[in-house]
Design a protein. Sequence first.
Lengths: 281, 281
Amino acid sequence: MELWYTDQHTDNVRFSMKVEKELVSLESFYQKINLLKTYDYGKVLVLDGELMITERDEFIYHEMAVHVPMAVHPKVKKVLVIGGGDGGSARELTKYDTIEQIDVVEVDAEVVRICKEFFPEVSDSLSDKRVKIHFEEGIRFARGIYDEYDLIIVDCADPYGPAEGLFTREFYGICWKALKEDGILINQHESPYYEQHARSVQMAHKHIQFSFPYSTVYQCHIPSYPSGHWLFGFASKKYDPIKDLDDEKWNNLGIQTRYYNTKLHQGAFYLPNYVMELLEI
Amino acid sequence: MELWYTDQHTDNVRFSMKVEKELVSLESFYQKINLLKTYDYGKVLVLDGELMITERDEFIYHEMAVHVPMAVHPKVKKVLVIGGGDGGSARELTKYDTIEQIDVVEVDAEVVRICKEFFPEVSDSLSDKRVKIHFEEGIRFARGIYDEYDLIIVDCADPYGPAEGLFTREFYGICWKALKEDGILINQHESPYYEQHARSVQMAHKHIQFSFPYSTVYQCHIPSYPSGHWLFGFASKKYDPIKDLDDEKWNNLGIQTRYYNTKLHQGAFYLPNYVMELLEI
């Protein structure tokens, strides 16, 4: 017997991986959670049928979410991660000694429990004493917080299910208030390629622009995600992602990465024409 | 009934597209040729079961193969395209008035015939009076040519079938001889991501380095190709792909592109750490 997991990239495009065995299959209060062991992508976390992270290429996503803002902002002490219950963003953040507090706000405690048990390479740093996990909805947690965080990372699922509220103008306004006067907001920004995603990308960018004076996107190659061409949003009150990049300082930190470097940091902001047109950049 | 075409990215990873109808299915002297009309990728050319180009994203491949060297080399007059029977590379080349001759060397006349009939958006410029099509093997055509071309583009299939010879040290040596003293060689260089491809990338790069003083790779996002993270090789006798980029001159040409621009040109050479390690760059 062969077991294959298929992620539906669009109604007419499918991406499938051969599965060695299913490690977890359960239904939490919020969603269906599956953890698969695949041949080429290692362990794979699937929520409500949609691929979240794979052991093989999660480093690209998490390095790009974290090190881009960290190489720009001169002194990040307090970080809010919305979503990110797998612990990958926290893992990259804990590489910085200067960070004092990391609040991870994950709605589903089962995701954290399963990642801690089956995905220690990703989730181990959730036990770091600077990391506090809050089992709560991201919007509810952030609402009413003012001038507190240097960096907010929105590390969430696609905007078609429970994460829909994390792509709204209201939510980005809440983030703006929760950030200090020189804070940076990073959000997973979908792919510009397939039409359905492209519309989300366009809307999210418009909503962020409404609140933040600096707002652009940067790209990376994530093979297991639809089209492989993935965007993050970089929004900030003060810092420009290229002019304020302190490459010398970052390189002197000696942080080990497999995807990110400060040259690639710059290149990630040099977008294809069709993406600039989509976002009116 | 639903019809799906599946491209096997590895033994354990599949990429599938829903097919509206099959337009062509035949066996030429060299290979099996299929042309499919798909829902999300438009027309798709398949040779021996492997996806070659799609109507939807071929612009990325062909723009990146052509405009990167054209924005670096100051006066390209004569170009050799090895493979490229679909006409996409020729189409981008004919946008330059300064180019006087484009030799397209395609082994399989049936590929050209089918693309002319079914893929006019890609193949139309094969009728440009500067384009000469030679139905011959690439190595055989280039062997014995000395000091003749300003630019050679190796626009071929994966190195596991008929195109295997186009990834050898011998072939790159032949290209070196066929190029003028300031010539540039561009070759499609596979993906660095999946292990099987990564080994080809590594070998091809070593072989090119053996002949050319300047040798590096650059990347782009091609959603329909394995991993979506695609490389081209840039090898040259004289020009550096970034230092010798004449962005002002290129931008003044007013050439319309949907992916390429001179900022992205630079960014394409800023590679992830794991790719630099693979290639020892």
